[in-house]
Design a protein around this ligand. Sequence first.
Ligand code: FAD
Length: 278
Amino acid sequence: MKQVNGEKLLASLGEGVKDIRGRLTPDAPMDRVTWFRAGGLAELMFQPHDTDDLVTFLKLVPESVPVMVVGVGSNLLVRDGGIPGVVIRLSAKGFGDLELAGENRIRAGAICPDKNIAAMALDHGIGGFHFYYGIPGAIGGALRMNAGANGGETKDRVVEVHAVDRQGNRHVLSNADMGYTYRHSEAPKDLIFTHGVFEGYAEDKAKISRRHGRRAPAPRNGPADSRKDRRLDLQEPGRSFRLEADRRSRLPRHDDRRRADVADALQFHDQHRAGQRL
Ligand SMILES: Cc1cc2nc3c(=O)[nH]c(=O)nc-3n(C[C@H](O)[C@H](O)[C@H](O)COP(=O)(O)OP(=O)(O)OC[C@H]3O[C@@H](n4cnc5c(N)ncnc54)[C@H](O)[C@@H]3O)c2cc1C
């Protein structure tokens, strides 16, 4: 695995890091974050304690240092070479909240799992969130990717999105500001979403429950049958890659075949979407 120098980057941030309440980890292994359990080191990983902490930290980081945010890594492939600069990984404590925010409205922190918002909506008879049951990501990723499934998508439910930019300024974006199209948002790339407010509609719980039934999550200690199809397929004529992941089996973290598959998949992606970061 390639060595990066996270300690040096951390030291360059100066005395201000003493005020940081979150966790700073130099040379953090990304294979512990990504769904496919592959990827090199993040030069410096920061897990902010809360939004204020995130703002304080971003003001310390020089503009020349790249910053990226990750959710639970279900739409992320990381090369063996790792990620230069800072990777922000939101903590469940500061960004995992989930609460009712008015009639048929739900406020969710950016690291709240998608399926939790679906479960809360079902509990309170709020329709329109069933599609989140089948998506293995967290809300920040859903807001960025306009995650959707089974006839529903994030853009149908978003009321407002709270975010912090690269300089540490706070923003509130409307649904229109997010510029949603299919699995894509035009919101500025540097924004780190901290939480979102979503709105559904009153619906009979039995009806919502039936929709969930199509892709209900596997029971905690039950058979992994509903997880069998958790894989990524990239295809072109005469060539295809399939990455399979089963979080339960936890294949060896440095499995060479998996790493080779990820490298192939990324090469494939680069050829087809040159210039765009996955
Ligand atoms: C087996 C499987 C099934 C899937 N099924 C579906 C499906 O049915 N529908 C669907 O839409 N997707 C699906 N996905 C893709 C993925 O789950 C979604 O795109 C999900 O929304 C990504 O969320 P995440 O937290 O894993 O984000 P990550 O993979 O960690 O990040 C994805 C992108 O979002 C950005 N991001 C993450 N958090 C934030 C934040 N707080 N602020 C700003 N940007 C952020 C990251 O920088 C990155 O660009 C599937 C993936 C797998 C592995």
